[in-house]
Design a protein around this ligand. Structure first.
Ligand code: UT7
Length: 326
């Protein structure tokens, strides 16, 4: 049986750090409120020239280097993002040009915070059909470009950054993607959304247009996030006759420490098996899991043979879980 394995990972963060103390000067908030309600201390914000595709390509190049693969060996390049460089063409095409991945076809996927997990699952499906294919999946966001900096409900939460993984097929071993349990529910789109720039056709300008920035109903999202990720993890483990005790490392979407702790407690995962870096980067949407995966590897938190669980939740709604053997 062929499984898609991750050959290498990489991540890249903008240099500029925005602290909670700085946010105190911008909106009516406090470091203690932000830390206690979210677990976030600081986040990265793109500075001059740190365009989304540049940060994404840096993460991608690091993943290629770690995998020992040249950009021209890639057959597919997928960028998961909800804050694209421009609307057309895709950010993936900019990243392709930046990396020189000219043998790959390239496109973006839009699945908000679940984008990287959807992307890894997608790469796995291509690889099952064509096992020698090399795929680069990048989760990248410059959410700072989509934030209303006067809205304290959202501006304290989000950050910029990118993470990436290179995958290919491997036969006869245990390594690789075991399976995924992915879902969407478009009925709940109003809980988290970003409007487009003003329409050039006024007949289809959405009513009540407020501006092209993130709008969120945080407390409603919170409840869905915990319940839906818990269900997804349980469904996925049962499908593969695995137990929560078999998991070596859980990498949850980094949105809020209280969501992560709730999920951990409901699933009864010990704290030392949960990876958290939310305090330093905030919520980077599709970049959150690949940045965490890359840091977990660098910190030696993942060893060969380990069972790794990703769980994700975001706008759409989109959510799910993915299991892989390292
Ligand atoms: O990645 C995609 C998924 N995203 C999520 O899942 C986000 C999920 N939601 C959350 O993380 C949390 O709901 C938030 C961190 C956004 C908010 O925390 P909360 O405990 O749910 O607070 P709340 O929205 O219920 O607001 C409580 C109070 C309100 O004041 P009143 O109405 O009780 O007087 C807010 O106005 O906290 C106030 N508040 C703030 N106060 C200080 C909201 N934002 C701030 C702030 N500083 N930045």
């Amino acid at each position: 049986m062929t499984r898609a394995v991750i050959l290498g990972t990489g991540s890249s963060l903008p240099e500029r750090i925005l602290t909670n103390a700085e946010l105190e000067q911008m909106v009516e908030t406090s470091d203690s409120w932000i830390q206690s309600r979210t677990g976030i201390s600081e986040r990265r914000i793109a500075g001059p020239g740190e365009y989304l595709y540049k940060v994404a390509a840096k993460a991608g190049q690091k993943a290629l280097d770690a995998a020992g693969i040249k950009a021209e060996d890639l057959g597919l390049l997928v960028v998961a993002t909800v804050s694209p460089h421009i609307l057309m063409p895709s950010t993936a095409c900019f990243v392709q040009a930046e990396l020189g991945a000219f043998n790959a076809f390239a496109y973006d996927i839009s699945a908000a915070c679940a984008g990287f997990t959807y992307g890894i699952d997608l790469a796995g499906k291509y690889i099952c059909a064509q096992p020698d294919m090399k795929v680069l999946v990048v989760g990248a966001e410059n959410l700072s470009t989509r934030i209303n900096w006067e809205d304290r409900n959202t501006c304290i939460l989000f950050g910029d950054g990118a993470g990436a993984a290179v995958l290919t097929g491997e036969s006869g071993g245990e390594r690789g993607i075991i399976g995924a349990d992915l879902h969407s529910d478009g009925r709940l789109w109003r809980l988290l959304y970003t409007e487009a720039p003003p329409s050039m056709n006024k007949d289809v300008q959405p009513p009540d247009w407020k501006g092209p920035f993130i709008q969120m109903n945080g407390s409603e999202l919170f409840k869905h996030a915990v319940r839906l990720m818990e269900n997804s993890v349980k469904t996925l483990l049962a499908k593969h006759q695995l137990d929560i005790g078999d998991i070596d490392l859980m990498i949850p979407h980094q949105a809020n420490i209280r969501i992560i702790n709730n999920l951990k407690d409901r699933l009864a995962v010990p704290e030392e098996k949960v990876f958290v870096n939310l305090n330093r980067y905030g919520n980077t949407s599709s970049a959150s899991i690949p940045i965490a995966l890359d840091e977990a590897l660098h910190e030696g938190r993942i060893q060969p043979g380990d069972l790794v669980l990703m769980c994700t939740f975001g706008a759409g709604l989109t959510w799910g879980a993915l299991l892989l053997r390292w």
